[in-house]
Design a protein around this ligand. Sequence first.
Ligand code: CP
Ligand code: NVA
Length: 307
Amino acid sequence: MTFGSDQMNLLSISDLSPQEIGAILDRADDLKARRGDPSARSILAGKSLAAIFEKPSTRTRVSLEVAMTDLGGHTLYLGKNDLQLGRGETLPDTARVLSRFVHGIAARVYDHKTLEELGRHAAVPVINVLSDQEHPCQILADLMTVRERFGRLSGLKVAWIGDGNNVCNSTIIAAAMMGMEIVVASPPGYGPNRKILDHADRLGGGTVVVTDPVKAVSGADVVSTDTWVSMGDEDDAVRRVEAFRRYQVNADLLSHASDGAIVMHCLPAHRGQEITDEVMDGPKSAILDQSENRLHSAKAVLERFLV
Ligand code: CP
Ligand code: NVA
């Protein structure tokens, strides 16, 4: 597991500094307020984005495509069977050739190393739109949503309930960078990777990892969860659903959070597993705003990397 440090690509949320994250969030707020303003179409006029998807997507694909269109640019959706990559063309050749056509490459991949290889050989920025390691575009939308609700990030307590996977990893790293306290509750064997925790420690924060979800949620301002069976984990689904049974975000668990707590989920949700209908559709849920903010934050990311 490695973390890039160059300014050209967005492979990890830590490729941005805390100041840059703040600037992207400010710009996302601004673009949200300006939605429908025709002058925004000059921001990415003439720019093209190649969006490679090895896995399905609703929010990420649609947010990227609408963001590019709203800002005057163009997206090429490239599913896993649309490229010669599927017939054995190499990643370096794909990266070099796409770089002659487009101004940026967004990629959703199974293995984070695919992104790193694309990043090494592309002459244009490569943006991670979900790998097995991280989901930086998701966490930017999440931070935007938290800031909208609380007016700040620093000093808030985040409880992550469930799988210590890609979205959790970006949440841990972002919390450390932005001065948020984070407690992760996962079943034994499904917690976050030690290298992510060490990386977050170096960036500023000490993540607390526990197995008791009540302990994590106690006094939390933000309660976040994700599916128990991520894309690529399907073969392990039965074992996972059993292991995570105690980690459902439901009204009982939420009663331990702070009074003004919000609930977040990157989606897609498996209602009745990691989250109940009651919580997902209830007054503490910030989930639809979080989802909408994928669009506004995507615009700010695309402007930052493609202009
Ligand atoms: N949250 C998220 O990335 O959703 P999609 O898988 O639908 O893109
Ligand atoms: N952890 C989930 C996130 C989906 C946006 C997955 O990787 O499938």
